[in-house]
Design a protein around this ligand. Structure first.
Ligand code: SF4
Length: 328
């Protein structure tokens, strides 16, 4: 694997001001709060966490689809241009996003083949005949029949629609895919097939991928590394086996304990309460109001995300040396 990072994000911060609601108007929500990550070429990073933890916003920030309040994103060593900069449009062919709901990602009035070929038309890649040939090759790559090029989105199943969305994302031969919950709208019986397809194509094309999901089992199947997010921050990052079999952060331990069949014998850790309102973040470690092993210092001092071993980073005051194991 080539170790030159294709993507380097440093200290990403993105906040929103609420404009609705009598009590919340004018409040600031920190959706992403200091996220840093690196993605190598041909590598898949799984981004997991509960709904509302900031993983989707992080995905959009990585592609420059949303402006940053602070921090920086580098794609292939170049600073990500502003979305209004013509350079960003050129970069768009090299990085693509796959969204959760394939039906809303596709135009219901257009046949699938035309939609898959649209990026090729826009960027005038190849002759008309070459573009048609390429669409047929993409259909085959994602497991759709040649005649399905003439189908409209509503004539396909959910799984087939997501295959079509993936084919369109791959049309411009990107180096990076950011996939935001790409299988969570699909039936469980279809999810495994589509995840396998993402994994196959990632390997075949040596794509770099950020795979966002709330489901640890899905992320484990496809990722080379996993990053766990809580309230807009990465709290643990490591190899899938490490994170799933010996989670270090108490939040990761609770997430993993809720997943059946991870091969890890552990009592279910039930967290107290809901994730806090991001508009009023707890002091110190933001996880402290729900943490089963919190100490007084946790409410006052923010833990840094730091190395717990060569391949793992954790932000918890109780994990401060590589030789330390689990806290619970
Ligand atoms: Fe729990 Fe404290 Fe670690 Fe935060 S820093 S996860 S509150 S033990």
């Amino acid at each position: 694997m080539n170790q030159t990072p294709i993507l380097q994000a440093d200290g990403l911060v993105r906040s929103y001001t609420l404009n609705r609601g009598v009590f919340s108007k004018g409040q600031t929500v920190n959706a992403v709060n200091g996220v840093s990550l690196t993605l190598n070429r041909g590598e898949t990073l799984g981004l997991v966490g509960e709904s509302g933890c900031g993983k989707s916003t992080t995905g959009r920030l990585l592609l420059g689809l949303e402006p940053l309040d602070r921090g920086s994103v580098r794609f292939a060593s170049e600073l990500m241009p502003d979305i209004k900069d013509p350079k960003w449009k050129t970069l768009r062919t090299r990085m693509q996003m796959v969204f959760q709901d394939p039906l809303s990602a596709l135009d219901r009035r257009w046949p699938i083949g035309a939609q898959i070929g649209e990026p090729l038309d826009i960027h005038r890649i190849g002759t008309k005949a070459e573009r048609l040939e390429r669409v047929q090759a993409l259909l085959a790559d994602v497991g759709l029949r040649p005649d399905q090029a003439n189908c409209h989105p509503h004539e396909l199943s959910g799984g087939q629609r997501q295959r079509a969305v993936l084919a369109r994302a791959l049309a411009s031969d990107p180096e990076l895919l950011v996939c935001d919950e790409p299988v969570s709208a699909l039936d469980v019986s279809i999810q495994a097939q589509v995840v396998n397809l993402f994994a196959e194509l990632q390997q075949k094309r040596q794509l770099a991928m950020v795979f966002i999901s709330h489901d640890l089992r899905v992320v484990r199947r496809i990722s080379h590394r996993i990053a766990v997010m809580y309230l807009g921050e990465i709290v643990e990052e490591g190899l899938p086996d490490e994170v799933l079999h010996s989670p270090l952060h108490p939040y990761t331990q609770a997430l993993v304990s809720a997943v059946p069949h991870t091969g890890r014998k552990q009592k279910r850790v039930v967290l107290q309460g809901d994730p806090p309102n991001p508009a009023s973040r707890p002091s110190g470690c933001t996880f402290h109001p729900r943490c089963p092993v919190a100490r007084p210092m946790c409410a006052e001092i923010v833990p840094a995300l730091r190395a717990a071993s060569a391949s793992r980073k954790v932000s918890c005051h109780l994990i401060d040396a590589p030789e330390q194991k689990e806290v619970a």
